[in-house]
Design a protein around this ligand. Structure first.
Ligand SMILES: Nc1ncnc2c1ncn2[C@@H]1O[C@H](COP(=O)(O)OP(=O)(O)OP(=O)(O)O)[C@@H](O)[C@H]1O
Ligand SMILES: [Mg+2]
Length: 512
């Protein structure tokens, strides 16, 4: 059950700019905590107690009915703990492990609070900011039945798709806007969206939204929403990055953190597999990919993802690459094909590390080890979601052993470590690895989804796609759209008709 919270008191007056919330960011003293753990701010006004059932919450009955129709019968701990407070209008800083139900925790609150209201054209009433386009689409899909039940309209604005259509949706009126920051910024610049009426703002994956690459745009957007509005910040990992957002934009937040450490999931097994060298690692990875069942395989770079996916296809594994260098239609299709089983091995960069939910996925493989413990937790968190079990396997070269041990210790995880080679029966036991057929396969792209001319041109231009050679880790570049996996350049054209025109290169900017 969720932790019990002290009884409530009246919400104090809101103050912005640092006085409302205490300064976070002191080093965590607890010895068991991972190194980069930080001290969450303290709540001044006591929080409402957790709810033990959806129908005990101050929500429209139709939402409770829709939950039941969706098979969601009991609140998960983070929902039970935060919903009473979010429904009462409190600001929330919520940390809940991957797959713990944070989307409904903020989604139900904002929909319940907006029920019965109507947005003017271009002026949404709630804003959900997320770091990637895939996540924006997923959040929209997850909230759609509930929004429909209370008669609220959702709009999604993300880069790489027609900005004109998104402007049209805003003009028609949408109470809830789900957005990546760059595209929302563009729509505001064009006069197609105004944030002054936004009374509930959510930052999902809040710590990533507070990363250097995102922060300026995120704060610029937060400065435009109604100053006395509600703010909800959620992530599986919260660290001192979010200090500035907490101090500047949350007022006496209710802080909820189910997990003492960075959010390890108890139903997840962690395996570190020591491989001899690059050749052996490739052989091991190919055999794992050939398993009978789906797997997400994370790699560092876009080029690495393309190369590995190609290798798998030529070996008979139905694989596809997902990364920020592909067009949005390609990205969407690839994820759909993975979800419906047409693709069994998804080779992805960190673009797929956060938030993405795929039902019944029981294995995540780090072909290239993640760079830090947060990446590890988010990547691994694509499995063992919502109480299901799953394994995370990380392939480690001899020279990576030390770094990996540090990363695991930072994550508060004790993995099972095994020395392995490609033909090892232990590899098969742990991952279902097997010999691929060796007969090349293809995964067909519907012809209609060929990229638009400008997008193809962009993909070929190293200057626009990414200044480096493609060997730099995607998650470690300056936060251009590729780093966030959102294709900044493609996003600017948005698939619009002016696409073929070359524009001067702009400074790096975050997701759109
Ligand atoms: N109360 C509930 N009962 C049953 N299933 C639930 C409940 N709440 C959420 N779920 C399901 O759990 C899954 C994971 O939820 P969600 O994507 O919101 O996790 P998350 O906490 O946002 O994870 P991440 O940190 O990876 O973004 C989804 O399939 C969702 O439908
Ligand atoms: Mg989520």
């Amino acid at each position: 059950m969720p932790r019990s919270e002290p009884p409530t008191r009246k919400r104090p007056g809101r103050s912005r700019g640092g006085s409302g919330a205490r300064r976070a960011g002191r080093p965590q003293a607890a010895p068991a905590a991972p190194q980069r753990e930080f001290a969450l701010p303290e709540t001044v006004t006591p929080a409402l107690p957790a709810a033990d059932a959806f129908d005990a919450l101050d929500m429209p009955a139709v939402l409770v009915k829709t939950l039941a129709e969706q098979g969601v019968t009991e609140p998960f701990p983070i929902q039970a703990a935060t919903l009473p407070n979010a429904l009462a209008g409190r600001d929330i800083l919520g940390r809940g492990r991957t797959g713990s139900g944070k989307t409904l925790a903020f989604g139900l609150a904002l929909l319940a609070r907006l029920a019965g209201r109507r947005a003017e054209p271009k002026a949404p009433l709630a804003l959900v900011l997320v770091p990637t386009r895939e996540l924006a689409q997923q959040v929209t899909t997850a909230l759609t039945p509930y929004a429909a039940a209370v008669g609220l309209r959702l709009a999604t604005v993300v880069g790489g798709l027609s900005i004109g259509r998104q402007a049209d949706a805003l003009r028609r009126g949408a109470e809830v806007l789900v957005a990546t920051p760059g595209r929302l910024h563009d729509l505001i610049q064009r006069g197609d969206c105004l944030l002054g009426r936004v009374s509930v703002t959510v930052l999902d994956e809040a710590d990533q939204m507070a990363d250097m690459g995102f922060l300026p745009q995120v704060t610029a957007l937060l400065d435009q929403v109604a100053p006395d509005g509600q703010r909800l910040l959620f992530s599986a990992t919260l660290d001192r990055n979010i200090d500035r957002l907490v101090r500047g934009y949350l007022s006496d937040p209710v802080v909820h953190s189910v997990d003492p450490s960075a959010g390890a999931v108890t139903t997840m097994e962690h395996h570190v597999l020591h491989v001899m060298d690059e050749t052996d690692k490739k052989a091991v990875a190919v055999r794992i990919a050939a398993r009978d069942g789906r797997v997400i395989m994370f790699v560092d770079t876009k080029r690495g993802a393309d190369r590995f996916a190609k290798r798998l296809l030529s070996n008979g594994v139905r694989a596809a690459a997902l990364h920020g260098g592909r067009t949005q239609p390609q990205r969407t299709r690839t994820l759909d094909q993975f979800k419906n089983g047409q693709v069994t091995a998804l080779v992805a960069t960190n673009v797929a590390a956060r938030g993405i939910h795929v039902d019944d996925l029981d294995l995540v493989v780090n072909v290239d080890p993640p760079t830090d413990h947060k990446d590890y937790l988010h990547r691994g968190g694509r499995t063992a979601r919502a109480g299901a079990t799953g394994s995370v396997v990380t392939l480690v070269l001899p020279e990576q052993k030390k770094e990996m041990a540090q990363l695991m210790s930072d994550a508060g995880i004790r993995p099972r470590t095994t020395r392995i080679s490609s033909g090892d029966p232990e590899l098969a036991r742990l991952t279902g690895a097997r010999e691929p057929s060796g007969v090349a396969v293809t995964v067909e792209a519907p012809p209609a989804e060929r990229p638009a001319p400008r997008q193809r041109a962009k993909a070929k231009s190293p200057a626009r796609a990414k200044p480096a050679t493609g060997t730099r880790p995607e998650g470690r570049q300056p936060r251009t759209d590729a780093a966030a996996g959102n294709g900044a350049g493609a996003g600017r054209s948005g698939g619009g008709r002016s696409g073929a025109r070359r524009r001067p290169r702009r400074p790096a900017r975050p997701a759109n």
